[in-house]
Ligand binder design. Structure first.
Ligand SMILES: *Cc1c(COP(=O)(O)O)cnc(C)c1O
Length: 370
């Protein structure tokens, strides 16, 4: 018997990876950062590899090392690296590491010395996101230093890469500008004798909408989990996460009663209130107070009053609701239950945040589909 659970459908993960593979001739890197967008990094990684992804995307060195510790031997790229990390551990573990500047490249050379083997490096160019990556003006120095380090045997330049700012807005002119800047960066690298085996740029949105951005490798994250990066388009993806809990108490209350902290909701008539044991301590946004949709007893309802740390309340009218009934916060939507997209719309965020913020501190994550 379970009280509340985060259910992850690994068959859906495999379906989504299969769909992404079918749409490209490039290899697929399943991005499993942030505990697999809240779905569980290692089980998702295994399912994605099973379905034909050949790379895994981790953000941090620790995430990449955790994949290795789990026995996963597929190529892994880690790209969020502050100065001073024990990068030799990544090199020893065969983790590919990203460099956005000559400082990190020098650290990778040192890490290679310590590890006694060359560091596998992906050089990152900033083509317009203005987040990570070398600006075009600094790219030349990075490429030059990398070519030298490769000639000296300390690094192997495996990749050259960048990241889109607005690929989720198909047709936005920044997409073409970033593509052009990327091609220019590759041409500069080629002038220094660098033609990396893996050129990569596409996130989920570009993987689904811009085949001309695929190059040798695509890096879908959100689409792996079955959620769309583009508003209003589903692409045949299957959402993998369902969050649900059992009603712990159902009771009749009179009209005109204030509900939950602050009494921000008042019953309009005599009604049945259902209390559900999930709250902001479990990752339910407090912004969902009086707006979050929940499926219970065959209908969508809206959270009545404030989301508490541990609980929410639903106003069920005269519908027959009893303790033990299952309330679904979000799922694939097949049975009428809300989706992560519905939650994102209700609280003013994106589907990425809704799934990633769900916490397993109290709520077990359970896997379906092997
Ligand atoms: C998170 C991330 C991705 C995946 O992005 P989605 O929009 O989830 O597909 C790809 N590349 C980088 C660098 C990222 O940080």
């Amino acid at each position: 018997m379970w009280q509340a659970e985060i259910r992850v459908d690994l068959d859906a993960i495999r379906h989504n990876v299969g769909l992404l593979r079918a749409g490209t001739t490039a290899e697929v890197m399943a991005v499993v950062k942030a505990d697999g967008y809240g779905h569980g990094m290692v089980p998702v990684a295994r399912a994605a590899l099973d379905a034909g992804a050949t790379w895994l995307g981790a953000c941090t060195l620790d995430e990449a090392l955790a994949l290795r510790a789990a026995g996963i031997t597929a190529p892994v790229l880690a790209w969020l690296l502050v100065p001073g990390l024990p990068l030799h551990r990544g090199v020893e573990a065969g983790v590919d590491l990203s460099a956005s500047g000559t400082g990190l490249l020098a650290e990778l050379v040192e890490a290679a010395r310590v590890a006694g083997r060359p560091a596998r490096v992906h050089l990152k160019i900033d083509t317009g996101l203005n987040r990570g990556g070398a600006k075009p003006a600094d790219w030349l120095a990075l490429v030059e230093a990398a070519a030298k380090a490769q000639a000296d045997g300390w690094v192997e330049v495996v990749g050259a890469w960048s990241h889109f700012a607005r690929a989720d807005e198909p047709g936005d002119p920044s997409i073409d500008r970033q593509l052009a800047a990327f091609r220019e960066g590759l041409a500069t690298a080629a002038r220094f004798g660098l033609s990396p085996r893996y050129r990569h740029l596409a996130n989920s949105a570009a993987t689904l909408t811009r085949p001309d951005s695929h190059f040798d490798l695509v890096r879908p994250g959100i689409a792996t989990y079955g959620l769309s990066p583009v508003a209003g388009q589903r692409f045949g993806l299957r959402p993998a996460m369902t969050v649900r809990a059992r009603v712990l108490l159902a009771k009749r209350v009179a009209a005109g009663e204030g509900v939950s902290y602050g009494h921000t909701y008042t019953t309009g008539a005599q009604t049945t209130l259902a209390v559900v044991p999930l709250g902001y301590g479990d990752g339910v946004p407090r912004h969902a107070s009086n707006s979050g949709p929940v499926w219970l007893a065959g209908r969508r309802r809206t959270i009545a009053g404030r989301v508490c740390m541990d609980q929410i309340v639903l106003d069920c009218g005269d519908d027959p609701v009893a303790a033990g009934d299952v309330a679904v916060l979000f799922g694939p939507g097949d049975e009428g239950e809300p989706t992560a997209d519905d939650w994102a719309a209700a609280v003013g965020t994106i589907n990425y945040e809704i799934v990633t913020r769900m916490s397993t501190v109290r709520v077990p994550r359970v896997y379906a589909g092997g």
